[in-house]
Design a protein around this ligand. Structure first.
Ligand code: FA5
Length: 355
């Protein structure tokens, strides 16, 4: 190659630099172009070798041409870098201007637990604090545990107190959580403190306060010298803690074959404040906590000596308590699968209006 063609090569390099620099879109890409055009392995290396082979009188002019071309390419790349940087700054600026802090934030709907589950967890926390274990039992239950072990033999009229779903295999859908009383006695013996939240089933006519599928929480405490006073104190603590306020209780005699004596603890209706509404059947009171002292026959069925141990049991209407707590007027809402009334449910926080 002669000196003329080397001058052409310099021109070609400048043109290449100009078109490649124009095409790059980032500073990083530009650095790669710079190193391929001006770096160690660039065509300028070959041109410098040629410089050495020239006669001394031509070296000065050719050296100046090479350095001039290099300087122009460098300037061109720097200019392109400045342009890229200011374009990036403009994009950031535009993005910052596009954010309007006065607009309301995006609404992200949050899920929550079902009201019955929320109350169940709250009750579990209270009883775990008091040393109770949490147990579960089968929803498809034997006639033995659902009735016989609870002092309700086949011919006992109390079988009609709870309308039962009988299954083809001779078992029942448990009508209450009480069968787990005897199951827990078999498992743990005495002394015993256990809590059993669970689903129950009854062949009922459905209305605002009756479902065929609902939840109860069974409580059972067996020890030396347990009395009905312990039971009433615990009932008051439980209902007041769940409602986050002092509740009014009404205590009246109740009959259940598996307790003696049996009592019914009612709570003043938190929906109408005791004035009377469809939820409390216009009585101002809601049946919430039937209970009593465990019948000796039930202790015997659980292989516990009734001469040595006494105990109390209760069967809290968990679904009804959740309705009271969240102001849900109709029990059917809880199983209907429509989330809107449940999301709208709020704990009642107003003062209790005495009935
Ligand atoms: C019983 O089920 C007894 N096993 C409770 C018990 C346990 C008594 C231990 C003594 C000792 P009862 O049938 O009353 O009792 O039901 C208990 C509670 O469950 C009621 O007070 C009520 O709050 C709730 N309940 C009963 N039937 C329904 C229903 N169909 N829908 C919603 N809740 C119900």
């Amino acid at each position: 190659m002669n000196t003329n063609s080397h001058h052409e090569e310099l021109q070609r390099l400048e043109q290449e630099a100009s078109s490649r620099a124009g095409a790059v879109q980032s500073a990083e890409e530009l650095r790669r172009v710079e190193s391929s055009l001006l770096g160690k392995d660039s065509p300028f290396g070959g041109l410098l070798k040629h410089l050495k082979s020239l006669p001394p009188e031509q070296r000065g002019a050719f050296g100046q041409a090479v350095n001039g071309a290099k300087a122009r390419i460098k300037a061109l790349l720097e200019e392109r870098l400045a342009a890229l940087e200011s374009a990036a700054a403009r994009t950031e600026d535009d993005a910052a201007r596009a954010f309007d802090p006065t607009l309301p934030g995006a609404q992200r709907p949050l899920g929550s637990v079902h009201p019955v589950t929320a109350v169940q967890w709250e009750i579990e926390r209270i009883f775990v604090r008091l040393g109770f274990t949490i147990e579960a039992g089968p929803e498809m239950e034997s006639e033995h545990y659902n009735f016989e072990a609870l002092n309700i033999p086949a011919d006992h009229p109390a079988r009609d107190m709870q309308d039962t779903f009988w299954l083809k295999n001779g078992k029942v859908l448990r009508t209450h959580t009480s069968p787990v009383q005897v199951r827990a006695m078999h498992k743990f013996g005495a002394p015993l403190r256990t809590l059993v939240p669970g689903r129950c089933f009854r062949y009922e006519t459905i209305d605002a306060s009756h479902e065929n599928t609902f939840h109860q929480v069974e409580g059972l405490m067996i020890d030396r010298d347990i009395s009905i006073a312990n039971l009433i104190a615990l009932a008051k603590l439980l209902l007041s803690e769940v409602m986050h306020r002092e509740v009014e209780l009404r205590i009246r005699p109740g009959y259940f074959p598996f307790v003696e004596p049996g009592i019914e603890i009612d709570m003043n209706c938190q929906i109408c404040g005791g004035k009377g509404c469809p939820t409390c059947k216009h009585s101002g009171w809601v049946e919430i906590l039937p209970c009593g002292m465990v019948h000796p026959n039930v202790l015997r069925a659980g292989r516990i000596d009734p001469e040595a141990w006494t105990g109390f049991a209760f069967g809290l209407g968990l679904t009804r308590l959740a309705m009271m707590k969240y102001g849900i007027r109709d029990i059917r809402v809880l199983n209907a699968g429509d989330l809107r009334p449940l999301v709208g449910a709020r704990r009642l926080t107003g003062p209790i209006i005495k009935g």
